[in-house]
Write a protein that binds this ligand. Structure first.
Ligand SMILES: [Zn+2]
Length: 137
């Protein structure tokens, strides 16, 4: 038995509801696949996968429905985009290896800790924003 969980497209903000098992823990929804994760289509048996690949507005899967709502959230890349936009985005489940949660390596926002400039202690302190968590409604 599944229950509907809602997500939104990180490109345009279109809201989708996916019916799935409750034991899966969401890690994040991203506009690109996380390195090391493998993704299934919503029509596949994604409960056994590490994540789901969505195409915005596409709902071939029985447990998938687009509500017609559009979220106006800060992390929506392009709120003015026609919605649904048809682009792909990725829902990643939390993965464990040897009992420890696997952290994703961000593709960009990689903070290079350069150091030792003559201009004194620069204290490279990156923003605390980690990978985006699942949005809490
Ligand atoms: Zn979209």
């Amino acid at each position: 038995m599944g229950f509907p969980v809602s997500y939104y497209c990180p490109h345009c903000g279109a809201v989708v509801e996916l019916e799935r098992d409750g034991y899966l823990a969401d890690k994040s929804v991203t506009p690109y696949p996380l390195e090391g994760w493998s993704y299934a289509d919503p029509t596949d048996d994604f409960e056994d996968a590490e994540g789901v690949r969505f195409a915005c507005g596409e709902s071939d899967a029985p447990g998938l429905s687009w509500t017609g709502d559009v979220v106006d959230a800060d992390d929506v890349e392009n709120p003015t985009l026609a919605s649904p936009c048809g682009r792909e985005f990725y829902l990643s489940f939390v993965r464990y290896e040897n009992g420890r949660e696997v952290e994703a390596v961000p593709e960009s926002d990689y903070v290079v800790i350069g150091g030792g400039g003559p201009s004194g202690p620069s204290g490279p302190r990156g923003p605390d924003a980690g990978p985006r968590g699942p949005d809490g409604f």
